[in-house]
Each structure stands twice: as C-alpha cells, then as structure tokens.
Design a protein. Sequence first.
Length: 728
Amino acid sequence: MKIIKSLDYNPFPIKGGYSDQILRVDLDSYTVTPVSLPLHFKEKYIGGRGYTLKLIWDGTSEHTRYDSPENLLVMASGALGNEPRFPGSGKFIVGTISPLTDTFVDSNIGGHFGPLLKLCGFDALAVSGISNKSVVLIVDADRGVIEIAAAPSFNDIADQGALSYGEALLREFNDGELNENIAAVTTGIGASNARFGIINSLFYDKRRRRMRSKQAGRGGTGTVMSFKGLKAVIVRSSRTKVGSNNPVDDKGVKQAGANLKKVISLVDPQQFRLSDWGTPILVEYMDKFHILPVNNYQYGQHPDAKNIFADVFLDRYFTKKKPDGCYKGCNLACAKAVDNITLKYGPQAGKLVSVDGPEYETAGAVTCMGIFDPQFIVEYNWYCDEYGLDTISMGVTSSFLMECVQRGYLKKEDTGYELGWGSIESADRLLHETAHGKGFGKICGQGVHRVKAWVAEQYASKTGLPIDQILTELDKFAMETKGLEFSMYITKESLAQQGGYGFALKGPQHDEAWLIFIDQVHKELPTFEIKAKALKWFPLIRTWFNAVGLCKLPWIDVRHPEAANTDNPAQNQPTLAYYVQYFNATVGCNKTLHDILDDSERLHLLQKMINLRHGKGTRESDRIPLRAMAPVFMNEYEARSDYYDSWLKDQVGEEKLPDDPQAKHRLIIDLRKKAYEKLCDAVYEEKGYTQDAIPLPETLEKFDLMDEQARTLLVSYGLMERERLLSN
Ligand code: SF4
C-alpha cells in the first residue's frame, strides 16, 4: 500500500481499563494525532457512547450534517471492553451525525476491532475531514506506527483467494496470514449510494478458519465513512488479551466473570437457548404474540412464518460451531453463521459464500416485505453486508414503497416494475438497484423519511391534491421517527414499546429500550406508572452498556434465577450486581448501581442536548406513526377484530361499545393516541423535562452539563428565561 502519512508511536499502556488516549485523524490534512485525555474526562463521560457524544458535542455544531467536513466518525470501546474472562466484552460504538436523522446516531458492534484498538493504546478513534481519494487508516501497535495509505483496488490485492475487499486488505497487510491479532472496519458500495450504509467489523474466527463480520447497522455510519473516503481502518496488536486491561482488582474481575458465565451456562438452555439457536429463536415468539412485522407492520403473524423458525435455520443453514461468540469468552455465543452456501438470487447467483447471521432483525426485515423464504433471508443478509447496507432500513423502506403501491400512491410507471408483497423477484431487484444507486433504487436509498416526501410530490403532481394532505396520510404508515426506520417489532399492543421507540434519542431502535417482551409477552409492566418508570430506567442502564464496551444480551436475555425474588424481576438486578462488581474491580472504584445510572443519565442528557441542537429534541420529534399505535386501516382491525373488540370492551365497558366496526376502529385509534400523549407527559416528568421534552435547567445542572453551549440552547428554547422569572 502506498503510504501517504506515517507516524511512529509507542502504544500506550492500559491501566484500570483505560489508556486515557484517543487518536484523532483528519482526512482534509492527513494528520494523525494521539491526544491525552484529562483525568476527569473518563469520570464524567465513562467511555464508548459517552466519549463519542462528548467529542461530537464539542466538535460539531447545529449546522453540521453527515457530509460536513467537521462531522466526526468516532469509534470507541470502553473500560470493560477486551476482557475474555467476562462475557460480551468485544463491543464498541460507532457514532456520528447521521445522514438519515441529521442528528447524533450511534450503533454498537461486535468483533475484535474495539478490543484491538484499545490494545493499540487508544480508548477512541475520531476521524474528521474528507479525503479526496480513498484511503486506509492503519493503527499497528506491533510496529509502533500509525499510517494513512492510499486504498488499493480490489483487483490489485485479490490474488490470494479473498472473498471480500476487507479480507483481501487484511491479507495484503498481514503477509497473507489471517489471525486474531488483526481486525478491520470497512463498508461497501451500497454505503456510497444509500443513506443507510453500515460499517462491517471484520474479525478472524479460528474455529471456522475464516473472516467473519458483525455490523454497526443503524443510522448510516457506513455512509459517513464512505463519504469521508475512508475505505477501511486496520488495527493490529499481538499484546495478550487476557488481563491486558490491567484491572485494579484482578481477582474481582475473575470472580464477576465466572459468576456471569455460570448463570449463562445454567439458565440459557432453559430459557431462550441463544447459544444453540441464535436470535432467530425470536421469530417464533414474535409470530405467536403478533409482534413479527408482516407487510410493513400491518400484521404481526403469518401462517408461513413457520418456514423461517429457528429450527429451519439450525437444520438447513447454520453450521454448528460452539461456542460461537463474536468475541473471546462469550459463552452465550449467539453469533450463528452459515458456511459455504451457493447463492440462488441476484447478480452473484452461483457463487459460494459464507454468511454471518441471519439475526432476528434481518429475518423481520424480510417478513416485513411479506417474504417467508429462508434461503432469500440468508442471501438478503449476505448481499446487505457485502454492499454495506442496513438490513432493517433496507427492508422497511422497501416495505413502505410496497404499501404505497398497495394503496395506490405509486404505480408501475413510477417504480419501473411490479413491487408487491411476497415477491422475491422485486425485493431482490430493489436491493441491488439501491446498492448501486440505479433505477428506482436511487429513491429507495434515501430511507423512509425522504421517500415519503418524494411519493407525496409524485402523487400531488398526478392528482392535484395538496402535498400536506397526502403527507398526513402517508405519515400514518411510514415507519420512521426522527428519520430512522423502525426496528422489527410491532408495537400496536405495547404502550411501553411505543415509548421505547418514540423516546429513543437516535430514533426507533430497540437497543435503547427493548420493552416489548417484558410488557407484551411477560406482562411485567402492568400499570401506566410502571411503564413510565421503565421508560426512564431501561434506557439508562442500556446507555451504560454502550458506554463501557459490553454486550447487553447476557443481562437482558438470561434471567438470573434469583431475579424472581426481587421487587422488579425484569431489571434482572442479581446479574447487574456482577456487572457492577466487574466495573469496580476493573476501574478501582466503589460505585453502586444507583451511581452507574446517574453516570448514564448524564450521557443520556448530553445526547438529548445534541438532538435539541439539531432540531430533533422536542415532543414533536417523539411522535410515532399511527401504525405503531393502532390498526391504521380496516384490514388491520378486521384481521384481529375479536381481540380488538375485547380490548375496547375493557376500556369503555360493554354498554359504550359501538356496534359499527368503523366506529370501533375510530375509537381504538382515538384511545391509543390519547394513551401515547399521556405517556409522553408522564415520562417527560419522570426524566426532568418540560412537557415539550426539553430538559429543565436544574436537570442539566444536577449532572454538571450546563456549559455555554447548553445555556445558549436552553435560552433559544425559552427555558433560561423561565428559570429567571421563577427565581424572581
Ligand atoms: S451474546 Fe452474542 S452478540 Fe453478545 S457478545 Fe456474545 S456472541 Fe456477541
């Protein structure tokens, strides 16, 4: 590779989980600068998402968009990342200003990259600027050098049997050898043509003897990477992994990890069985409880769903290799994979490939288009990863377009071909066109929010109807909030998950509040007040996982046997005690769960302030489409009329139940809208916000976040004036 810039450095030692260094790279000037962090930085911003938020809060402005040179692409693990003795320690965060939401977005991602970046001596990498040629960043602790190199073309380096650009690049870099001391992040051609580009985290799986990948899927981080001209980042370190975090209390770390591993081994085989089945196990549950998205979330169940239950993937597709974790030491090991499958569809039909996944979300993205073919799901997964496209946003945008066709807003002359439910042919064609920015794919690649505006314009020009009137109708079933497409859970019957999506700061992604299962399936949030409290508590604990470099699944998907004896079994506090122990033992402090939640609240508020700065932080931005609350059209009501009639009877009493189905349908919509508004009121109060969802000055002051920028922002929303008046 032709080196453009090179800097010798001494990899910084890790102590108590931190190196206290970040690496800044500017692609306008091709400069690389290791920067020492002041001591208070980690105390206040913790790591991972916290570091990413603070760097973006300070380094960007309300004018920054995804393609602005000053936009930052930040990758950061956390103090608890890179500890094979504790399950789930391979996670890191990628954060940026999103091309979909125009505000902060981040996505957590597994693999070896985060731990290796830390072993290279950096708690975070922050990339600014835009290179006018494709480049590769290399952080090589073994040689003690950081380099920016001109990105070679695939044809220049593909002579060693590599299946993908990332693999070819790693072979080229590492003298043809793949091993666990190297990793890379890359994206693909789709990320340069669509707003929902992903970042792939490539790591070597020695059991399968091949490169595998995990994805930062949400919000278009890959689109930003591609726009910056950053083709890949390679990290290499041969430092030993176990114990290299240099925890303050090594014995405490060992004990916390052993405790958690024991619970996983004991409980997972009795509960979700993720280590056997992976996340596709959720398809069956979701179908059973009417939560699996079908035909753009119109229905939550389908007779053909059994074609894609986990046993089908297990028997026909997954190659069993246990443990199958995305980082060393995870005995929950849910990262299932398909080895050596011949593609049937698309431009690469006939090619032998290996696929990482599918996860539940990818299966749901395909059922959302009305397709229940396991082979297509596996291939859709492979193509999306290869192209660098988010399986969720791709599926939801395609589904929205299909519903626009169903309801007459689009015709064949608009799309160029039939775009209908259950058609593999059209879904496949749209995927490849989107990846290459061709034909109707150019529209699809904009994501639901922008596609909605385009459809409204087209329809207005044909019908003469006012655009606003058309948009009001489209808003009902356009499954996006804040510009991000919904992830794959139907929320019509779970008020808690409606809030989980609506209040999620990055947009409707379940990693902030996955409450659907405990609310709708386990019925563990029975009252309005409990739901409102859960909508504060769960996002905070989940924020903490994203700040410290850990996977949440060993906590949320494996219920400790002792949890049943606690006041709030859904919080799974006996397991959280191991996490608190692990944090204290690593960092050398004595925090309680309460302290940890306070730390998270600061980060959560900072993210809220970035949203406000970018015009995405008020109550208006928390609105969810009607489809997320209620059956929008009569066909949805009629598909479950017995259930809805019974629900209505409970709400209004038999004597007030209308006879007319249309009237019943209208009443459901009315009640659901009111319930969501009431939920907003309660949750905002719980969080210390105004009724317009703006943090009160005292809330920011409590967490020491009232800097000059925050003050100016609150003044612009009329809050400081309010405070002054109150104090008078
Ligand atoms: S539970 Fe699954 S996603 Fe989480 S660290 Fe383990 S293998 Fe990775």
